[in-house]
Design a protein around this ligand. Structure first.
Ligand code: ADE
Ligand code: ZN
Length: 336
């Protein structure tokens, strides 16, 4: 990697819009939290943990991802997880972040909702004060749980609504189409939340799910979603709506055969609001700057392209128009 490219990317002010807090659990922190909570882990070394990261698809990733979360028990654990990520993101030039969290992955094992959101919120406030990063939380429903469970989670979240900017949908897409959550998302909108949904890469029925997310759910953003290139009419619709796409190149190369750089760059060239993000950086071995660099190297992007991706990250964000404009001016000033 050229050090010029790496330092340009690190200095570029950028927003991260597709980041699962639970996906930032590095093996070292996993061991520290296990020790703190008196949990015995099957793996004894960082290398042994990393050796289990042999993913071939989304399902095999999720089979490692959820069990690891057992070390997260207290509000302090959630704070420490989010804080470690925010410090790391700060080093990568992230100035604004909208972070997913999966409350059902914790409440379903007996951790109170308030401990999850309370711990994360403490890190959000601290990041603003100590790092100058603005951070928001997006509550993700697990799509392999029932719609009723999602609805009751939404109700549980209402007292904390001022700490949650929007809701999303993640986990295993197979047999769990967007329409299953139509009522939950309609209610979330009524309650004032912005909405996004994962349209994971190369799923059975990916393009139908993307169509449904646009037509039936009416989301404000799409996570991944690059299979949209299969239908030019949908690409045109997404462009007309100014819809943001939160792509994750390194993650793509773990759960499929490739980074999907051709699709990402095609959408970028067609003028869609394509952004670059890290997804689950502890598992896929790359934080946001690594993702910008990996895509640039694979697709031959120049500095203007990278600056456009950073501008897109603010345009697709859920900041106010005035804050977006401020950050975009900072990108232009940096990129020249
Ligand atoms: N949960 C964490 N990362 C995810 C992804 N990339 N897709 C679906 N669910 C997830
Ligand atoms: Zn994701």
């Amino acid at each position: 990697m050229s050090s010029d490219l790496a330092s340009f990317v690190a200095g570029l002010p950028k927003a991260e819009l597709h980041l699962h807090l639970e996906g930032t659990l590095e093996p070292e922190l996993k061991f520290a939290l296990a020790a703190r909570n008196g949990i015995e882990l099957a793996e004894k070394t960082v290398e042994e943990v990393r050796a289990t990261y042999d993913f071939t698809d989304l399902t095999s990733f999720l089979a490692v991802y959820y069990p690891a979360m057992q070390v997260l028990q207290t509000a302090d654990d959630f704070h420490d997880l989010a804080w470690a990520y925010l410090e790391r993101a700060h080093a990568d030039g992230v100035v604004h972040v909208e972070m997913f969290f999966d409350p059902q992955a914790h409440t379903s094992r007996g951790v109170p909702f308030v401990d999850v959101i309370g711990g994360y919120r403490r890190a959000v406030v601290r990041a603003e004060r100590e790092l100058g990063i603005s951070a928001e939380l997006i509550l993700c429903f697990l799509r392999d749980f029932s719609a009723e469970h999602a609805m009751s989670t939404l109700m549980e979240a209402l007292p904390y609504r001022s700490w949650i900017v929007g809701v999303g949908l993640d986990s295993d897409e197979r047999d769990n189409p967007p329409a299953k959550f139509q009522a939950v998302f309609a209610r979330a909108k009524q309650e004032g939340f912005l909405t996004t949904m994962h349209c994971d890469i190369d799923q059975v029925g990916s393009i139908d799910n993307i169509r449904s997310v646009l037509d039936e759910i009416g989301v404000d953003r799409i996570d991944h979603g690059t299979n949209i290139v299969e239908d030019p009419a949908l690409v045109a619709l997404a462009k007309e709506r100014g819809l943001g796409f939160t792509t994750c190149p390194i993650s793509n190369s773990f759960v499929t055969e490739q980074m999907k750089s051709d699709e990402i760059v095609q959408l970028l060239r067609e003028g869609l609001r394509v952004t670059v993000n890290s997804d689950d950086p502890a598992y896929f071995g790359g934080y946001i700057a690594d993702n910008y660099v990996a895509l640039a190297e694979k697709a031959g992007l120049d500095r203007a392209d990278l600056a456009q991706l950073a501008i897109n990250s603010f345009e697709a964000s859920w900041l106010t128009p005035a804050r977006r404009a401020e950050y975009i001016a900072r990108v232009r000033e940096f990129a020249g």
